[in-house]
Design a protein around this ligand. Structure first.
Ligand code: 13P
Length: 247
């Protein structure tokens, strides 16, 4: 089984263009000095994509957007279609992040349409799923997450996406799923996929990944990388997480 690790930094609505490109340049220099064992992806705010692209020109660090509209073009004021992201230099896009689901009302059907639009434009969608605290406390975590996976990927080839399990209660809270809880959910997600492909699909963990817990989380057999929020905003906290992703 050879799934290459992925470590992605989701800047969320942080870092102005100059700050994001300075961070990208710093990471680039560090990773050129000592190449990482994993794929590295940066997801800045839309308006910083251009500046980050310039800073990453010629480097293997990939560029992602944090959202995409499912229509390709037309009268959709304020939206950004997948072709525009590809044109801006993105190779990946995060879809269905829990903040989009919770704060902006995105449903699995939207996530699915966005994933399809991304694939049509040649982008790799990073499809996020995760349960809330009340769902976990009610013993429904697995059912909710597997339902999100099935519904968000209906008609989508799972081999063409990267999955990210981000328990909502662990995002930005400093609370992390224990490595065992993360492993249990990742294994359940993997088992829910077709047997012929399940070993090829990468499933990232996200939710308060920090330098001091990255190694334990990434050491789990079904955790194939990390989707990092807060700790991705500084080289000194993001780099050790990248270094913890050893294959
Ligand atoms: P934090 O790492 O800040 O908890 O955010 C996780 C996340 O939502 C990444 O997409």
């Amino acid at each position: 089984m050879s799934r290459r690790f992925v470590v992605a930094g989701n800047f969320k609505m942080n870092l102005l263009a100059g700050e994001a490109s300075a961070l990208a340049a710093e990471l680039r220099a560090a990773l050129e000095a000592e190449p990482p064992a994993c794929e590295v992806i940066l997801a800045p705010v839309f308006t910083s994509i251009h500046a980050v692209r310039e800073a990453l020109q010629g480097s293997p660090i990939a560029l992602a957007a944090q959202n995409v509209h499912f229509e390709s073009s037309g009268a959709f004021t304020g939206e950004v279609g997948a072709g525009f992201l590809a044109d801006a230099g993105c190779t990946h896009v995060i879809v269905g992040h829990s903040e989009r689901r919770q704060l902006f009302g995105e449903r699995d059907a939207d996530v699915r349409e966005k994933a399809k639009a991304a694939l049509d434009a040649g982008l790799t969608p990073i499809v996020c799923v995760g349960e809330t605290l009340s769902e976990r406390e009610a013993g429904q975590a697995e059912a909710i997450v597997l339902g999100q996976v099935a519904s968000s990927l209906e008609g989508v080839d799972p081999q063409r996406v990267i999955l990210a399990y981000e328990p909502v209660w662990a995002i930005g809270t400093g609370r992390t799923a224990s490595p065992e809880d993360a492993q249990e959910m990742h294994a359940a997600i993997r088992s829910s996929l077709l047997a012929s492909i399940r070993d090829k699909v990468r499933i990232l963990y996200g939710g308060s990944v920090k330098p001091d817990n990255a190694e334990a989380l990434l050491g789990q057999p079904d955790v194939d990388g990390a989707l990092v929020g807060g700790a991705s905003l500084k080289t000194e906290s993001f780099l050790p997480i990248i270094r913890a992703a050893k294959h």
